[in-house]
Write a protein that binds this ligand. Structure first.
Ligand SMILES: N[C@@H](CCC(=O)N[C@@H](CS)C(=O)NCC(=O)O)C(=O)O
Length: 217
């Protein structure tokens, strides 16, 4: 293998965070854009759990979680100091991200994909997440990033989910009194880094020439 292979789906927030860290690290990967409804058999053989992103670093090394892909890339090269040096801060960040993936994302999906069997109104789940947004807004009042003076790993791992939450009802979101969070989110959404990892790629076709990441900005 010349380059690690990233199985990805453009609109997936987990895949976005992985692509952002790969971009920051400058590592070139082969991009395999997949369709979630029709995942390639190669991906399912490698990773039967069937989620993206998945990074095949080598024949012996597979990374199946977005946060692990971020850490892998940044441990190789971290030119913007995204990874905290302090072990306790790193642990704190990972606890927050676990909560984001387990609780915020679950509420977000229940808010976004209204399920007729669900007894609760989707607004109930929206408002549950408002608590997290209020906490983030408070943190961002005094620093540029959630956990440091500069944007780092936790910001790039978090914002794709806040963006997805906003997209459910942008008018409502924009009317909320969350001034620091909104500046943080809009800056990230409009950043060159983000546009670059949102480039559209054709679906992976093993019969065609490989596509390599060129996440330049
Ligand atoms: N814990 C995984 C979650 C990844 C995940 O759930 N990705 C979604 C797409 S956003 C997925 O692949 N879902 C499988 C499907 O919809 O079939 C990670 O952090 O990488």
């Amino acid at each position: 293998m010349n380059h690690p292979i990233l199985y990805t789906f453009r609109r997936c927030p987990y895949a976005m965070r992985a692509r952002l860290a790969i971009q920051a690290s400058g590592i070139i990967v082969e991009i395999r854009e997949v369709k979630l409804q029709n995942k390639p058999i190669e991906l399912l053989h490698l990773s039967p759990k069937g989620t993206v992103p998945v990074l095949q670093v080598s024949n012996e090394h597979l990374i199946e979680e977005s946060i692990d892909i971020m850490e892998w890339a940044l441990e190789i090269n971290d030119p913007f100091n995204w990874l905290p040096r302090d072990f306790h801060i790193k642990n704190q960040m990972n606890c927050f991200l676990k909560k984001l993936d387990k609780e915020f994302k679950v509420n977000l999906d229940k808010y976004k994909y209204t399920n007729k069997f669900e007894r609760q109104n989707p607004i109930h789940y929206r408002d549950k997440n408002l608590i997290v947004l209020t906490e983030l807004n408070h943190k961002l009042e005094t620093s540029k990033g959630i956990n440091s003076e500069h944007l780092s790993y936790i910001d790039y791992a978090t914002f794709p989910f806040i963006r997805q939450f906003r997209n459910v009802d942008p008018i409502w979101f924009d009317s909320m009194k969350l001034p620091f969070l909104k500046i943080w989110l809009y800056d990230l959404m409009n950043s060159d880094e983000f546009s670059s990892v949102m480039e559209k790629f054709d679906l992976w076709d093993p019969m065609k020439k490989p596509i390599y990441s060129n996440f330049s900005f």
